[in-house]
Design a binder for this molecule. Sequence first.
Ligand code: FES
Ligand SMILES: [Fe+2]
Length: 340
Amino acid sequence: MHLIKNLWYPILESNEVKAQKPLGVERLGLNIVLWRNSQGQIFCHRDQCPHLGAALSQGTICNDRLICPFHGFEFDSTGTCKHIPANGRQAKIPVGMEVLAFEVREAHGFIWLWWGDSLDHYPEIPFFQELLGWNYGTSVVDWPVHYTRAIENQLDVAHLPFVHRTTIGAGGRNFVDGPYVESNQSEIKVWVHNSQDQGQTHRSQAELSEVSKNTVPSLHFIYPGIWKLNIGSKFQNFIAFVPINEKQTRYYLRAYFPIKNPLLAKLVCSLSGLSNRYILNQDKKVVITQKPLNSLDASQERLIGADRAISTYRRRLEHALREGETPLPSLSDELPFQSL
Ligand code: FES
Ligand SMILES: [Fe+2]
């Protein structure tokens, strides 16, 4: 898949990977297996045994080793094969009998996979600091769209009065002043200044910068795929966009509240989860019709001023492509194959 390299990608929520049970999933166009050792530490590998290709996720975990269900080969957390039952305890392990291991970490209720070069020290996982310590409820939905279309939909400020006419876009604020956008390599911040069309003209980015100064951005996106909608000091909406493959994206949709009482938080979160899913469904009906599927192939599209956040996002992706940051070769195709 085309992905920006050298970033932490959220791939699952932490609680999806249980103790003593490997979990096989498709993420970033790869089949991977996640599992925990006896200390609860998480590990991730390609979900394909180097012996005869069985899915390791169908296997078991024993003594902090992942054991293939087919012929019982045992792999440690680095992916090194430690035992081949058919060869006996004395036998040396043949060269190349390892399974690819990915760097993974847990933070903020997610499992994050490092997509990129091996490093001695990995960077911190970026997150919205203002959400730390807040309670949240998660809804999970899968859309049959490429992740670029999913992300751009949430950076699109011109669709609100049309797609969400009956909900968050009510009021006919068709006129998009700006939006005012600040961005760098790591993030995009968007201040929305939509209003009814009274025949006014657009303000410049400099003017909008003055107006937006010292206010919280309406939308905040951190690469490669977390997003926050500012609804106020008591409620924030959050999405982690998780690429499954070229044609599918998973949304981890969270409603965040600074409510300490866990029961009340649960109730509020599930209510807002319902309304968020309803609003997102309004988007889905249109986004699944977009062609081409991948916005990286959409150079023919004619963007307008209101699409400033989308064009900012595309520029970063295109830059990454040009600089050779991506695509990585499909890891499932290029593993070393060593004959015995
Ligand atoms: S296929 Fe995994 S041990 Fe044979
Ligand atoms: Fe929308």
